[in-house]
Design a protein around this ligand. Sequence first.
Ligand SMILES: C[S@@+](CC[C@H](N)C(=O)[O-])C[C@H]1O[C@@H](n2cnc3c(N)ncnc32)[C@H](O)[C@@H]1O
Length: 385
Amino acid sequence: MIESKFRFIDLFAGIGGFHVAMSHLDGQCVFASEIDEYAIETYRSNFGMDANHDITQTPETAIPKHEVLCAGFPCQAFSKAGKQNGFEDTRGTLFFDILRILRHHQPKYFLLENVRNLISHNGGATWRVIHENLNQLGYLIPDKPIIFSPHQIGIPQLRERVFIPGVAKGKTKRKAIEIEVPKSKRNVTRSALILNGTPPKEYLISPYEEYVLQAWDEFLQGLNHRVVGFPIWAEEFTKEYDVSPLPAWKQVFVNKNRWLYQTNRRHIDQWLNRYDGLKKFVPTHTKFEWQAGTSIGSVWDGIIQFRPSGIRVKRPTEFPALVAMVHIPIIGWEKRRLTPREAANLQSFPHDFTIHSNNQQAYKQLGNSVNVEVIKYIAKQLFEY
Ligand SMILES: C[S@@+](CC[C@H](N)C(=O)[O-])C[C@H]1O[C@@H](n2cnc3c(N)ncnc32)[C@H](O)[C@@H]1O
């Protein structure tokens, strides 16, 4: 068990998701490292700390002693790692910086975070390199990385991330590390959990967006099918060209869309008529994906995103991961976008957390950050070792 006060360092600190979580667990931050000037600003206004240190330029000897190392390192850290199978491969990558700091300071614990596909990156070689290197440094880590999403602890966000907790072998009696992750999600209530009431008008969807979404809602209401489980491509409905030159996957989708049209022809023809053959639609908005199963029956009851691949609707209890911030989720039943403060709620930042005054920066920073409650959930178990 860790003492009531412990010291931690916050590498690739962003706006300090780890910092908030560790502070809640009684930790004290002794060093933070970040290079993005806007994230550094947010960090300073919340913690009064200067995080402005490029980790690649920071000698390990310049970092104060600590018991816990936290790092949500950028995914591109692995661009070079794992090409062969050894330590040398990690040199020059940001993961190497974590390793050299761990080697020098030998903190009792670390907690690393990365994107989900770290596991499959480079055919699994990247994970092997990480595992081997941390193991060789004398740390106990799980054989498989932990995959965890906030929705598993009742927070309405689907955001699968990989977590790698570690404990120094010489400082624990345990022989293996196991972190319990809830298997089934808890009952997440409609995102009331994170919404803050009526926001300013600037968050309302535009008349064009309302027109397009209304059209898709009418499309769904008139179908003979309860759920369409494939991407709907309206531009294919009335076409009859030969699909054989297309790649196989595309043939499948085009054929499915033709089938959808044939089995709902009357309704779809009327619908196309009513909406001028979708002439007013931006081409990507003629594509539509329903990812809400049978949980809801209307576009306006879901969480909507305008994406380059089309319009996507999800369950109201499952906000998509806040990553690509150009696709800020729309709350269907309120006909508006999520505010930055609500994005902070989704990431479980406290209400008094100061978010960046520039909205684009705020969304981006929150999209890059970790979910505070997820970090706490894992760290509490880790600190039992
Ligand atoms: C995925 S984000 C981590 C966010 C953080 N965990 C949080 O809660 O906000 C990775 C961060 O690493 C930072 N970064 C990239 N290269 C760095 C370097 N050489 N030194 C320090 N930070 C760096 C990026 O600017 C980015 O903010």
